[in-house]
Design a protein around this ligand. Sequence first.
Ligand code: SAH
Length: 252
Amino acid sequence: MSVYIVGAGPGDPELITVKGQNLLRQADVIIYAGSLVNPALLEVAKTGSAIYNSATMTLDEVIAVIEQADKEGKLVVRLHTGDPAIYGAIQEQLDCLKTKNIAVTIVPGVSSFLATAAALKQEYTLPGVSQTVIITRLEGRTPVPDKEKLAALAAHEATMCIFLSVHLLENVVAELIAGGYAPDTPVAIVQKASWPEQKILRGRLTTIAQIVAAEKIDRTAMIVVGKVLDSDYDLSCLYSPNFAHMYRDVKK
Ligand code: SAH
């Protein structure tokens, strides 16, 4: 039997994949990241399943639970918020399970930066404005390599989705401006995208820190920065009558 690392999606229990939800229904053991995963997702778990909140556990404890369950032939789901590949701290779990010869399958999920775009009703990649999305974070207890410091990334003036940093918003703003974004660059903050209590705040680099402080938002929020949020753009070639592609000729 395999251990499944499953992306829970951003919060809304309907934003987990069908595959992920099927696994949750069948799981004998579920270990979920309680600090961010919406507990409503666990309502589909079968009666008698053992449910652990990893927020109170160490890596060794998580691995011990997985190892024991795997030995007993049980189906284990390790549920991570959003997509496990983004700030999911899964690599150390994967490496540890590999040394123990425990097979792992990963089921991707909807990352919160995409639920944020949906909440904002916003495309991140507007032609003529930005064709690049940078996923990053401000340095916290986890160090960020020098070449990836916010100020260095800001030089691209691309669309940026900044995780794990809303509690340090003033530092984020200072680095972005120092790095090259114009001070009036639009910013949107989405807290708990796709949850019932979702909140959207909009401003400019110069105003957003004050707006966010007034709303007392200091966690579980995405910072989106870039001209796409407020900008004219070129129409997409994809739907243009003058643009032929694999499925369509130029329209006369
Ligand atoms: N793997 C997750 C990210 C985990 S790091 C993913 O793919 O989304 C945790 C950070 O993700 C939070 O600090 C916040 O910046 C962001 N986040 C998680 N859920 C969110 C949500 N529903 N709305 C906005 N930001 C969210």
